[in-house]
Design a binder for this molecule. Structure first.
Ligand code: NAP
Length: 256
């Protein structure tokens, strides 16, 4: 396995990594960006981005990330489509082991973003890709004319819910409280949307039916009354936040 030396190694090719690449490239540090398993990061699975300053018209996630990429590349950033297996930050130069090579770097910028959080239900795992998803832009198309639920009450849940109305007959947002966390503008759009309904103070305890290898319903529990109901649906979209992709840093630096 080869060993290469870099001044600046950027781990992660989403907006944060590409911004770091732009700045370090302009400082003539010739950064190498490790793009990892999802080049471009979560923006590549986002539909319209309408709150990025400087773009009065909505850009699609892939359009925006493409432009960030080009901009960093223009100043000399380099890219490798590799994932980090391990890292040693105990001595300099730092050592990073990827799936194909060892990289020694004077500086390492970690911009690895986050991954979707799951409910951790066995039925959820069993039905992943068979009606359970955490990405409406990736999978919404498969639910044309169907009824789906979205779990969560933040911006992602509202955005996913709104996006799904393009395909689905009805979208029900299931939220564990009676107040949404998402931004006011998305709240208003979702609350006023004729195809979107809400189940408040509710959590999903189980997803049916792994035996049929498809989603037929969710078991919903009202956290205030304890009442459990069976809510028929064809798909479940999880939008309950994200966990940082920092597992590879364990034991190397303190994270909060
Ligand atoms: P988030 O803001 O952390 O919201 C997660 C939601 O899921 C919360 O409503 C939370 O409920 C609920 N939740 C968490 N764990 C749960 C569980 N185990 N069971 C049931 N519900 C659970 O995450 P996000 O919506 O992915 O957004 C992340 C960040 O990205 C935010 O800063 C958001 O503003 C931003 N974002 C922005 C846009 C946009 O500007 N268009 C789009 C997407 C995301 P509680 O409310 O009770 O905690």
């Amino acid at each position: 396995m080869s060993i290469i030396s870099e001044k600046v190694l950027i781990i992660g090719g989403g907006p944060a990594g590409l911004t770091a690449a732009l700045y370090t490239a302009r400082a003539n540090l010739k950064p190498l960006v490790l793009e990892g398993p999802q080049p471009g990061g979560q923006l590549t699975i986002t539909s319209d981005v309408e709150n990025f300053p400087g773009f009065p018209e909505p850009q699609t996630g892939p359009e925006l990330i493409g432009q960030l990429h080009q901009q960093a590349e223009r100043f000399g950033a380099r890219f490798a489509y590799e994932s980090v297996q391990s890292i040693d930050l105990s001595r300099r130069p730092f050592t990073v082991q990827t799936d194909t090579q060892t990289i020694e770097a004077s500086a390492v910028i970690v911009a690895t973003g986050a991954s979707a959080r799951w409910l951790e239900l066995p039925s959820e795992k069993a039905l992943m890709g068979h009606g359970v998803s955490a990405c409406a832009t990736c999978d919404g198309f498969f639910f044309r004319g169907k009824e789906v639920v979205v779990v969560g009450g933040g911006d992602t849940a509202l955005e996913e819910g709104l996006f799904l109305t393009r395909f689905c007959k009805r979208v029900t947002i299931i939220h564990r409280r009676d107040q949404l966390r998402g931004s006011k503008i998305l709240q208003e759009r979702a609350l006023n949307h004729p195809q979107i309904g809400f189940l408040w103070d509710s959590v999903v305890d189980e997803i049916a039916d792994p035996a049929q290898n498809k989603v037929t319903a969710v078991k919903v529990r009202n956290v205030k009354t304890g009442a459990v109901t069976n809510f028929p649906c064809d798909g479940v979209f999880l939008a309950i936040g994200h966990v940082p992709n920092t597992g590879f840093l364990k034991g190397q630096i303190v994270t909060d």
